[in-house]
Design a protein around this ligand. Structure first.
Ligand code: C2G
Length: 139
């Protein structure tokens, strides 16, 4: 039936990140990423993976996961443990579109043999490190 056909067209999108101190820049990215399909997976950096990125998130993996899972744009959160897992994730979850913010432009073009690779403009002026910095220097 037409309805079944429509379901088979379900487009799946994936993105990755730390998403610490969840802010409107993250929400803006997730909202635009979701618009490329009807199912959005987020590969959420584990605390160990963050250490490898030289990042120490304020919120733990579980706390960051709970926040993301509460968002209307996010359908599934999986752990991001290595840089190399993206290809397997895309194949395993039958992802059609991979989305990242423009600070990553070009970095993941190698995945374009198995999915669409999209880089979206970052939201200016906001970042988790800016929030931390501004709070530290508040009088
Ligand atoms: N982002 C954005 N605008 C901002 C801040 C972040 O669009 N003002 C986007 C980033 O471009 C990224 C996502 O939000 O696509 C998550 O940002 P981070 O948590 O900083 O992700 P990052 O540490 O860059 O990790 O394997 C990929 C890495 O895990 C990405």
């Amino acid at each position: 039936t037409a309805e079944k056909g429509k379901r088979n067209l379900m487009k799946r999108v994936i993105t990755y990140g730390t998403f610490d101190l969840l802010h409107y820049g993250h929400i803006n990215l997730l909202k635009r990423a979701k618009a490329y399909g009807d199912y959005l997976i987020v590969g959420l950096s584990t605390d160990e993976f963050n250490a490898g990125k030289g990042k120490k998130a304020y919120f733990s993996y579980d706390q960051r996961k709970e926040l993301l899972e509460s968002l209307r744009y996010v359908d599934l959160v999986i752990p991001e443990q290595t840089w190399e897992q993206k290809r397997n994730d895309i194949l395993l979850y039958q992802v059609d579109t991979f989305v990242m913010g423009s600070d990553w432009a070009g970095k993941f073009d190698d995945l374009s043999d198995i999915c669409d690779v999209i880089y979206l403009p970052r939201t200016p002026e906001i970042s988790s490190s800016k929030i931390k910095n501004d709070l530290e220097h508040r009088n």
